[in-house]
Design a protein around this ligand. Structure first.
Ligand code: ZN
Length: 229
C-alpha cells in the first residue's frame, strides 16, 4: 500500500465512521468567562516570558492569504486566539482545519474552567490518525497541556472524534465540536478530495483556505457543546 493510499484510507475511514455518536461521562461545570491570567489585557501578551516579548501581528510578516484576516481574527476572537492560532499552524506544519478547531477548543476549556495556560490536563478522543488527530496539536498549543509536560493523553476509545475532556483543580469538562460544524468540515474535506484528489497540492491549498475561514469566522463560544452526564 502506498503512503498516498494509506492516507486516503485514513480519511475515508474517518468520513465513514467519524460521525457516529456515543454518550460520554463528564461532570458539568458553571460557565465562566474569566480571562486567562498571566496575560497583559491591553497587549494580549503572556507576561510569563518565553521567546516573544510582543507577539507579532504586522501584516508584512504574514502570508498573503492570512493578511486580510489578521485584524478580523484579533477583533473577533482576541489577541490570545491570534497568538495561539499562529503558533499552532507553525508547530503543526500546515494550516489545518482540525488543528485550528483544537486550538479554539483548548481556549474555550481554559475559559470554562477558569484555568491558566499550563495548568490543565487533557484526555483527547481524537486518536492518532490525521486528519482528526490534528486536533491534538491545537489542544496542546493553546492550553500548554503538552506531551512534553505529560499533561495530555490520547484515549484509546475506538470512535475517534473532535472531543476532549479537560481537568483542572478537581473540576472537569468535556467539549465536543457540534455535529453541524463537524459535518460542514467533513463535507469540505470530501469535496476537496473529489475535486483534487487526497493530499495533492491543490487539495492542501483548499484545506488551508477553509482553515483560515474557520479561524476567522467560527466562534469558540458557539461551535462546541458541553457533553453532560
Ligand atoms: Zn493537520
Amino acid at each position: 500500500m502506498s503512503a498516498k493510499s494509506i492516507a486516503i484510507s485514513f480519511i475515508v475511514a474517518f468520513l465513514s465512521n467519524g460521525l457516529s455518536s456515543q454518550s460520554f461521562v463528564s461532570k458539568t461545570t458553571e460557565h465562566n468567562t474569566k480571562p486567562i491570567a498571566m496575560k497583559d489585557e491591553t497587549t494580549g501578551v503572556d507576561t510569563q516570558e518565553k521567546a516573544f516579548s510582543v507577539f507579532p501581528a504586522a501584516n508584512e510578516l504574514f502570508c498573503d492569504d492570512i493578511r486580510p484576516q489578521i485584524q478580523n481574527i484579533i477583533d473577533r476572537h482576541g489577541m490570545e486566539e491570534w497568538r495561539y492560532g499562529v503558533l499552532t499552524n507553525e508547530m503543526h506544519g500546515h494550516l489545518g482545519i482540525y488543528a485550528i478547531i483544537g486550538m479554539k477548543m483548548g481556549l474555550r476549556a481554559l475559559d470554562e474552567l477558569s484555568a491558566d495556560h499550563d495548568h490543565i490536563e487533557i484526555i483527547s478522543y481524537a486518536g492518532i490518525q490525521p486528519p482528526i488527530s490534528c486536533l491534538n496539536d491545537g489542544l496542546q498549543v493553546s492550553t500548554g497541556a503538552t506531551l512534553g509536560h505529560g499533561l495530555i493523553r490520547i484515549s484509546d476509545e475506538e470512535i475517534k472524534r473532535p472531543e476532549a475532556t479537560f481537568i483542572h483543580d478537581g473540576k472537569n469538562i468535556t467539549l465536543r465540536l457540534k455535529r453541524s460544524s463537524w459535518e460542514k468540515i467533513s463535507q469540505d474535506v470530501r469535496a476537496a478530495i473529489e475535486m483534487h484528489g487526497a493530499l495533492t497540492d491543490p487539495y492542501w491549498k483548499l484545506i488551508r483556505k477553509h482553515a483560515i475561514q474557520y479561524w476567522a469566522e467560527w466562534d469558540r463560544n458557539e461551535i462546541f457543546e458541553i457533553v453532560k452526564e
